[in-house]
Ligand binder design. Structure first.
Ligand code: ATP
Ligand code: MG
Length: 295
């Protein structure tokens, strides 16, 4: 009897080991293999399966993780190629014009015009490096962040004053409707937000257009609307304008010294503060950016 029970136990044990190896060890081995493939840089790798149990769920999660990693890798790749393009194009212009001037190809009376282009291109390069450093610092999550209570209406008024030479040059009409209002955010960071939004409003307005800055303080939130006339942003571009390096009209942005980073920096700062930025744009009402700061 003892022998029979021993054999039965051994058979049952063996069967259990076989089952365990089929249902647990094999899939775990496949997962390990997949993880090794990904470690080698093969982000296309996916585990095919039809399991509905916990192991199947784990495999689905693994595939999802691989998908997300692939997306991040694509973003990184695009970022590097955008940066190198944005560096290369001003350098090409600077190199070409300096060589042409030094070779005497450009007549003396036209040289000033080309020197001005060279100067503008160096400014663009310097702004690009400034923006990239700012983005890297904001991305690192240890950017200095000092929220404080201050008067938002005063900050907006100051920003409009600072940009006066730009809007008077384009003969823009500025309309301010700013009620007294206090907010609790990082003042320096928000200064960059208004700077980017107001500079855009000026840059993308047509001559003699108008810009309206409206500040409303409701009990649940403070809202700033920055509205400008001029060519509207096409509906298909609207969802992308906050992406890094996205420019609706590349020629127009770049002639104004832009790289398509201003709005992505503004959005990053706004999200750091758990605030919100929205945009609407149409031919009748122009383009309006709304920043919502919860109370
Ligand atoms: N107020 C606006 N009116 C019309 N179009 C706008 C406005 N603000 C932004 N855009 C569009 O959104 C794009 C992205 O804006 P963003 O500020 O990120 O970049 P940029 O102004 O081109 O360059 P940068 O801000 O780096 O100098 C712009 O190229 C422009 O086409
Ligand atoms: Mg801009």
């Amino acid at each position: 009897i003892l022998l029979i029970s021993l054999v039965t136990v051994l058979i049952i044990g063996g069967l259990l080991i076989l089952l365990a190896s089929h249902y647990i060890v094999k899939p775990v081995k496949r997962l390990t293999g997949a993880a090794k493939e990904m470690a080698k840089g093969n982000l296309d790798f996916r585990i095919k399966h039809s399991k509905k149990d916990e192991i199947g769920e784990l495999m689905d999660s693994f595939n999802h993780m691989a998908c997300e990693l692939q997306k991040i890798d694509k973003i990184r790749e695009n970022f590097v190629s955008n940066v190198s393009h944005e560096i290369q194009s001003p350098i090409t212009a600077i190199r070409g014009f300096t060589r042409a001037i030094s070779d005497g190809i450009i007549p003396t009376e036209n040289q000033k015009e080309y020197l001005e282009i060279i100067y503008q291109e160096t400014l663009r390069l310097s702004k690009l490096s400034d923006h990239l450093l700012r983005l890297a610092s904001l991305d690192s999550d240890n950017h200095p962040f000092y929220p404080a209570r201050y008067r938002l209406d005063e900050q907006l008024r100051r920003m409009i004053l600072v940009t006066e030479p730009l809007w008077t040059e384009k003969h823009l009409h500025i309309e301010l409707d700013l009620q007294d209002c206090q907010v609790y955010v990082d003042q320096d960071l928000f200064e960059q937000v208004w700077q980017n939004l107001i500079n855009n409003a000026i840059k993308y307005s047509d001559e003699n257009g108008w810009i309206e800055v409206l500040l409303e303080d409701n009990t649940e939130a403070v809202r700033v609307h920055i509205n400008n006339t001029g060519q509207a942003i096409p509906e298909t571009d609207l969802p992308h304008i906050f992406e890094r390096f996205y420019m609706v009209d590349k020629a127009r942005s770049q002639s104004g010294g832009g790289n398509g980073l201003g709005l992505s920096i503004a959005k990053k700062i706004i999200e750091l503060h758990k605030c919100k930025i929205d945009v609407t744009s149409n031919e009748e009402e122009g383009t309006c950016f709304t920043v919502t700061i919860p109370g």
